[in-house]
Every structure is written in C-alpha cells, then in structure tokens.
Write a protein that binds this ligand. Structure first.
Ligand code: ATP
Ligand code: MG
Length: 259
C-alpha cells in the first residue's frame, strides 16, 4: 500500500534534481603548485537527461565526470544526490552509493580478456552478491538488449571494438544504475561503430536512463539533449544541443542516423 507519505516522497523525488553540485571544485595538490582542475561549480542534472560534455583537452571534463560519478571527491563544496549530501560519506559508504547509482563506460573497454562476454557482464553482480543463476540470466538479457545475443560466449579478443564497448555498456548496467557516465566512449572506434554506440546510449536514454557523455567529437555530442562546455575548469556553456552553434552542422546527421 502506498500511503500519502510515499506519494509525497515520490513527488519530491521527481521535482528534485538527481544530482546537485553546489560550489564544487577539484584541486590537485601538486608538490610545487596546486592544479585547479575544476573551479567552483554549480550544476544540476535531472533524471532521464542526456548530457554531452565538451571542451579542450585539460579543461576538466574527466574531473567533472569522476566527481559526478562519485569516483572522486570534491575539494570544496557540496554534492547532493537525490537531495542527500554525500560529501561526508566514508569510503565504504561512498563505494556503495557508486555501485547502486552509477555505471561507467571508458574509452578503453577494460574487459577481462580471459572471461567471455557474459562472464564479464556478471562481474559487478558478483560483488553485489547476486546469486549465480540470476546473474547469468541478467547478463544474457543485457547483452541481448545491446544486440549481442549471438556473442555471449566470445572473449574480448574475438569481438570488434564496438562489440567490446557494448559488452562494457552491458556491464555498466549490470547493477541497475540510474545514471550512465561515459568518458570518450567512441574514442577508439571507427565512425560507424562509434555511431552504433551512441545509438545504443540514445536508446537507453529513451528507455529512462540518465546519460552523461564526455567527448571531443561534435558528431557524438550531437546525440545528447543538453550540452555543457568546459574551459579551464569552468562551465562556460550550458544549452540545449538543438541550440548549440558548434553542433548545428551535426544535428541533422544525428537525427537522420537515429531515425
Ligand atoms: N591526478 C591528477 N593530478 C594532478 N593533476 C591532474 C590529475 N588529473 C587531472 N589533472 C589536471 O587537471 C586538469 C583537468 O584534467 P582532466 O583530465 O579533467 O581534463 P580533460 O578535459 O578530461 O582532458 P582530456 O580531453 O585530455 O581527457 C588538467 O590540467 C590535468 O593536468
Ligand atoms: Mg579526459
């Protein structure tokens, strides 16, 4: 039974941003001088958004992504996850928050070479304590969802780069995250395989997944709905992808390809 309190909580959850950063910065303490990788930043991201992050090399894109995904802690400021301050959590608690809420995809696929596709997808579920049969069933289902139902028993070296990245995406989804964070997910891929990866992420977003993608490539960024632009550790642009001048030339291509 859903009492009025539960309904109220549900409503609050929907109006509340999934993530809110307040005055969050990241300073790396180098021996001689500190490096400000991220200046004091305010940012809100809601559930079901599809955010692209662009900016020159060294502008703080990966730093921001790592903080969003609780892989790294801010040097200053407050991180609210569904309204709850997670800044002060102990390492163990933060690891749990990370496991329960976030899935990560990187430029290099980081798969275990000796494990099959389905076994690779099972790995995070082992850590989460999911029973073996359930694990196997979910891993298969995720790989099928990503169009790899015919590659379950292949090892990474027997897969194309695009296929390996789709295994990595399936693995990132294993524990049912709310948000998928991808750092240059197409960086090692030929154009067509990269396009397929973005089509997969767009489909997941349409099914309700919150997606954040860091990329140098405007053709990749154009798949998103909101574009954040970083420069020198600062968010200097935050606009709908459809209105971003730098992406104008790529929008029709993305729409045509996505149709
Ligand atoms: N662990 C670290 N220690 C010290 N400085 C760091 C560390 N990680 C990043 N930096 C510095 O912080 C700044 C931002 O780095 P970051 O990796 O976030 O950039 P980026 O936008 O992702 O760049 P790229 O496009 O090359 O991946 C850079 O000046 C970088 O040298
Ligand atoms: Mg980077």
């Amino acid at each position: 039974m859903r009492g009025p309190d539960t309904q109220l909580e549900e409503r609050d959850k929907q109006s509340m941003p999934f993530i809110a950063l307040r005055g969050v910065s990241k300073v790396y303490d180098q021996l001689k001088q500190p490096v400000v990788a991220l200046q004091e930043t305010d940012l809100e991201i809601r559930q079901r958004e599809f955010v692209s992050i662009m900016g020159p090399s060294g502008s703080g894109k990966s730093t921001l992504l790592h903080i969003l995904g609780a892989l790294d802690r801010p040097s200053t400021g407050t991180y609210l996850l569904e309204g709850v301050d997670i800044t002060a959590l102990k390492d163990k608690e933060l690891a749990r928050v990370r496991r329960d809420h976030f899935g990560f995809v990187f430029q290099s696929y980081n798969l275990f070479p000796e494990l099959t596709a389905v076994e690779n997808v099972e790995v995070p579920m082992i850590y989460a304590g999911v029973p073996a049969r359930q694990r196997r069933a979910r891993a298969k289902e995720l790989l099928e969802r990503l169009g790899l139902g015919h590659r379950l028993a292949h090892r990474p070296l027997e897969l194309s780069g695009g296929e390996q990245q789709r295994v990595a995406i399936a693995r990132a989804l294993a524990n049912g995250p709310t948000m998928l964070l991808a750092d240059e997910p197409t960086g090692n891929l030929p154009t067509e395989q990269g396009r397929q990866i973005m089509a997969s992420l767009a489909e997941l977003n349409e099914q309700g997944m919150t997606v954040v993608v860091v990329t140098h490539d405007p053709a990749v960024a154009a798949w998103g709905r909101r574009l954040l632009t970083l420069r020198d550790g600062e968010i200097v642009g935050d606009e709908p992808v459809s209105e971003a001048p730098v992406l104008r030339a790529y929008l029709q291509v993305a729409e045509g390809a996505g149709a």
